[in-house]
Design a protein. Structure first.
Length: 306
C-alpha cells in the first residue's frame, strides 16, 4: 500500500514495474463465503514501511465488500437461471392450457349445438335454423355495441333458446292443426322448462343460455310469456334473440307455410317495434340487415317434409 492505494495480486507486477512482490512489505486477507469457506484472497504490497494494523483493517473491509459483491453476482446468475427455467416451464404450461381450453370451448360449442338441434328436430325444424338465428343474434349484438366477448358468448348461447321443447309431448309439439287453449298453455311452458334444464351452472355460457331460454318469448310491451315482463325488465340477450328468431322463422319456408319475402319480414318487424320488439334492437337490426342477408345466403335449407 502506497499513497493510500491497495494493489491486488493480479495487478501487482504491472504496478511494481516488474519488481518482485516477494521483496516488498506485504499484507493479505482471505475472501470468505457466508459459510466460512475461503473463496479467494486479497493481497497488497507497499513500497514503504511494513503494513500496520490500520492497513489490515482497511483490507479486511475491502475483502468483505468484494466477497459480498461476488456472492451477489453468483446469486444473481443463479436466480437468472432459475427464472429462465421457470419461464420456459410456465410458457410450456400456458401453451398446454391454451390447447386444452380451446378443446374445451370447441367441445362446449359442439355439445350446445347438438342439444339445440335435438330440440329443433323434435319441432320439425332442421338444424340450420339455430345456426342462422345465432349468427343473426351475434350480428345484431355487434350493431348494438356489445363487446366481442359478449357477441361470441351470445352466438354460443342463442341456439339453446328452445331447448325446453324437449319437455313438451309430441302430440302437442308436432300437431299439424291449431292448438287448443289447453294445449297452448302447455306449449307456453317450454321457456320455463328450458330455463330449468339450464339452471344452476357456474358457466357464463349456460347462465346466458338460461336467460335466453326463459325470456325469448317475452315482448317489449309486456304481452309475452311466461312472465309477462316488459321493457328493460326483459334481459337484453332475450330481446335480441326474440327478434333474430322471428326474422328467421318468417323468412324460412316450412311444410305448413311459404317463406315471407325479406321486405315483408322487415316491414312486420318495423310494425312490431315498441310492441313485440325493443325499438333499439329494431334499429340495430336495420343497420346490419345487409350482413344478415349475407348470413342467410350461406345457408340453403330445404323445405321440411311432412
Amino acid at each position: 500500500m502506497t499513497r493510500g492505494e491497495l494493489w491486488l495480486l493480479d495487478e501487482a507486477e504491472g504496478v511494481l514495474g516488474g519488481e518482485s512482490p516477494a521483496s516488498l512489505p506485504y499484507v493479505g486477507v482471505p475472501l470468505r463465503a457466508q459459510g466460512g469457506a475461503v473463496v479467494g484472497g486479497l493481497h497488497a504490497w507497499g513500497g514503504g514501511p511494513l503494513p500496520s494494523g490500520t492497513h489490515l483493517r482497511v483490507l479486511r473491509v475491502a475483502a468483505e465488500r468484494i466477497t459480498t459483491e461476488i456472492q451477489v453476482q453468483q446469486s444473481n446468475r443463479k436466480l437468472e437461471g432459475m427464472v429462465e427455467e421457470r419461464t420456459a416451464d410456465l410458457t410450456a404450461a400456458l401453451e398446454r392450457l391454451r390447447s386444452v381450453n380451446a378443446q374445451l370451448i370447441e367441445a362446449s360449442r359442439d355439445t350446445v349445438m347438438r342439444l339445440a338441434r335435438a330440440a329443433e328436430y323434435r319441432d320439425g325444424d332442421t338444424g340450420e335454423h339455430v345456426e342462422r338465428m345465432s349468427s343473426y343474434a351475434q350480428a345484431i349484438a355487434k350493431a348494438m355495441g356489445l363487446t366481442a366477448e359478449e357477441q361470441a358468448l351470445l352466438k354460443l348461447a342463442a341456439p339453446m333458446h328452445d331447448v325446453g321443447k324437449i319437455g313438451i309431448r309430441d302430440s302437442i309439439l308436432l300437431k299439424n292443426g291449431r292448438l287448443t287453449p289447453e294445449e297452448w298453455e302447455i306449449m307456453k311452458q317450454h321457456p320455463t322448462i328450458g330455463a330449468q334444464i339450464l339452471h344452476g351452472s357456474r358457466s357464463r355460457l349456460l347462465q346466458m343460455a338460461e336467460e335466453i331460454a326463459l325470456s325469448h318469448h317475452e315482448k317489449w310491451d309486456g304481452s309475452g310469456y311466461p312472465g309477462g315482463f316488459a321493457g328493460d325488465n326483459i334481459p337484453l340477450v332475450g330481446r335480441i334473440v326474440a327478434l333474430a328468431d322471428v326474422f328467421d322463422a318468417l323468412t324460412t319456408p316450412r311444410v305448413y307455410k311459404d317463406a315471407w319475402s325479406v321486405e315483408d319480414a322487415v316491414a312486420h318487424i318495423r310494425r312490431e317495434s315498441g310492441h313485440h320488439f325493443d325499438p333499439r334492437i329494431v334499429e340495430a337490426f336495420e343497420q346490419c340487415l345487409g350482413g344478415l342477408l349475407e348470413i342467410r345466403g350461406r345457408f340453403i335449407e330445404p323445405v321440411a317434409q311432412a
